[in-house]
Design a protein around this ligand. Structure first.
Ligand SMILES: [Zn+2]
Length: 301
């Protein structure tokens, strides 16, 4: 049995290794369970994204608090330094050495710790000078209380380009996992439903910040454990990176869609009242116990 001093020494060595040997664009496969992916994502967004945007972006567990006392300030300083210096090793080392993060990773195997590090790295990519996009506050969507995020191109992109430093991380969920993880919290942004595979998929990583648009600029390309982003329409700096979540994501026929295209075309939520009166009443399609009860599902396109 190792004594605690020895354990501490070993963890410190592991943190050094994790900070020195890594890839800026991590491998696209992973061995994470839905619960691990959810916790890794909540922590990574807290450390990397929230400390830049200065508000709390989407979380699977809305009640759990991950950081101690002044660690939010420490995370903000780390991100400020990273954006100036682009020193990845320093940023990873600073995050992994935070007291709460050490406590979080000490129970994991080295390989799992490396997967946690990789998840942080995926989010650091948003703030890489080579990203070609950035993250901004977005006040468009009522489902997010008009305080969410959006991804915006910072350079021109051409149709067919792959946005290398932007990835979605996927994890198939069994029915019970879905209930345990999500139902109590009502997380409505993070689940896609695959009609082909007939299962729900947890959809996280930086790609989860991509908003829906009925005429999107980009497209998800999934390989099972992750999704790349491919450009569908030429973009210039300032254009939002958007994808199509599915025909029924915002209600039947996306009747509640609040996207820019719907606003422009007076469709979805922006439909004129006279149109609404002419509409047939919506048929009640939800069965008891169906998956569309507490949160919406993205259907894969
Ligand atoms: Zn729309």
């Amino acid at each position: 049995m190792m004594n605690s001093a020895l354990k501490e020494l070993q963890l410190n060595e592991q943190i050094e290794d994790l900070s020195l040997a890594f890839k800026e664009i991590p491998r696209s496969d992973h061995t994470l369970t839905p619960a691990e992916l959810a916790a890794f994502d909540d922590l990574s967004t807290t450390l990397v994204v929230d400390s830049v945007l200065n508000f709390t972006t989407h979380k699977i567990s809305r009640k759990r608090r991950y950081l101690y006392g002044d660690e939010h300030r420490m995370a903000s300083e780390t991100m400020k330094k990273f954006r100036e210096s682009q020193d990845w090793t320093n940023a990873i080392y600073s995050f992994l050495n935070m007291r709460s993060i050490k406590g979080f990773i000490e129970k994991f195997t080295f390989n799992k710790q490396a997967e946690f590090r990789d998840h942080i790295v995926r989010f650091l990519n948003i703030f890489s000078i080579d990203a070609g996009y950035t993250i901004e506050e977005c006040n468009r969507y009522s489902a997010e209380g008009h305080k969410g995020a959006k991804l915006v191109a910072t350079r021109a992109w051409s149709r067919g380009d792959k946005i290398d430093r932007l990835i979605g991380v996927l994890c198939s969920m069994k029915n019970n996992e879905e209930t345990t993880l999500l139902s109590a919290e009502g997380s409505d942004f993070s689940v896609m439903y695959s009609t082909r595979k007939r299962c729900s998929t947890l959809w996280l990583g930086p790609g989860a910040y991509i908003n829906h648009d009925c005429k999107p600029t980009c497209q998800f390309q999934s390989n099972g454990t992750s999704a790349h982003i491919r450009v569908l329409r030429d973009m210039v700096a300032g254009d939002e990176i958007t994808c199509f979540y599915g025909n029924e994501f915002f209600g039947p026929g996306n009747v509640d869609c609040e996207c820019v295209t719907c606003e422009k075309n007076k469709r979805g939520k922006f439909q004129l009242n006279s149109d609404e009166e002419n509409q047939e009443p919506e048929p009640e399609t939800e069965e008891p116990g169906s998956k569309r009860m507490k949160y919406s599902l993205r259907s894969r396109v």
